[in-house]
Ligand binder design. Structure first.
Ligand SMILES: [Zn+2]
Length: 330
């Protein structure tokens, strides 16, 4: 039995495996520029952010109907459950779909179809976080928030993703203020490829409660001190960091130093179909590569539930935490 954990940094579009991509392409009459799943699988071995993003957006063309989004989420939840995930806070990128003529309702209703039955079918509780693409304009983000209004009962919060450098958090001040006024939780990717100052800006200007990645905080001791003091969770994605070259090899990942510093670190898979593993695989890989002992792994699992947006259901959080404490490593 795998260690129980929450996944807090997971882009649902990044869970599209080659087999499902071909299945959906056939269903929707979309022609993919790859002969078969094997050739597509090879394209997943990109070596930089841009080639990843190109493929990521290219493959989204197969997602057209509510059922496609439901199937995508369901495939993720099946894998996540098998790897010990008990709670998942799932990102989606509506702008990437709206731009192709797929409506907000199709995306949210489709994802919700899988999410609403997930506890029953997979034993995984879920929440949905809508991300804005930071390389798109602030106006586009605001329009996206407007388009999401009819569906906000299904969306717990907002996030900010895609290419970081040159798109500082402050660009999105207004949409984050509007989201806060609507009662939405706030997170943002910051300090992955962008500088530590972006983390500070995400906290101070956007009011984020959790920082996605946040890796580069380690370059600024005062910022580390603040993150520790304020118990700001960081959603780290070590396999993604290796594939996108934020670190050269997993053995160089700063996770042990970050834990040592007292940071509230969590370990997540980001875009698991593309980055070489789901969250259980990621836990296993960091344990091997970084020599973390069992209690450190338990800390990571405990952190994942503490950092979850389960404030509306503390009883559930307590139940999950009790599972972590009772877990016996094999
Ligand atoms: Zn991410």
């Amino acid at each position: 039995m795998p260690l129980p954990k929450a996944e807090l940094h997971l882009h649902v579009e990044g869970t599209l495996e080659p087999e499902l991509a071909f299945e959906l392409a056939a269903r929707n009459g979309v022609t993919l520029p790859y002969a078969d799943t094997e050739e597509l699988r090879k394209a997943y071995l990109f070596d930089d952010l841009q080639s990843f993003l190109n493929l990521y957006y290219e493959l989204m063309a197969v997602l057209r109907t509510e059922q496609d989004f439901a199937d995508l989420a369901d495939a993720y939840l099946t894998r996540a459950a098998a790897q010990g995930v008990r709670h998942a806070e799932i990102f989606f990128d509506p702008q990437a779909h709206l731009a192709r003529g797929v409506g907000m309702g199709t995306v949210v209703e489709g994802l919700s179809r899988a999410l609403s039955r997930s506890e029953r079918t997979h034993g995984v509780s879920t929440q949905l976080i809508m991300c804005f693409l930071r390389d798109e304009s602030a106006e586009s983000a605001m329009e996206t928030l407007e388009a999401a209004r009819p569906y906000l009962d299904r969306i717990v919060g907002i996030g900010l993703d895609s290419a970081e450098v040159g798109h500082p958090p402050a660009k999105f001040r207004e949409v984050y203020e509007a989201a806060a006024a609507l009662g939405l939780r706030r997170v943002a990717h910051a300090g992955e490829e962008g500088p530590p100052a972006y983390i500070t800006e995400a906290l101070d200007v956007l009011g984020v409660e959790r920082v996605d990645h946040g890796l580069r905080c380690m370059e600024d001791p005062e910022l580390v001190e603040r993150l520790v003091r304020e118990r700001v969770p960081l959603t780290l994605c070590p396999l993604s960091n290796v594939r996108l070259r934020a670190v050269d090899v997993l053995e160089d990942h700063p996770l042990p130093a970050m834990l040592e510093a007292g940071l509230l670190c969590t370990v997540n898979s980001d875009d698991p179909a593309y980055f070489g593993g789901y969250v259980g695989d990621t836990f296993h890989a960091v344990r091997e590569a970084l020599g973390l002992d069992r209690e450190r792994m338990r800390d990571l699992a405990r952190n994942s539930f503490e950092a979850s947006f389960l404030d509306h259901d503390e009883e559930r959080r307590a139940r999950y935490l009790a599972e972590v404490e009772a877990y016996e490593f094999g």
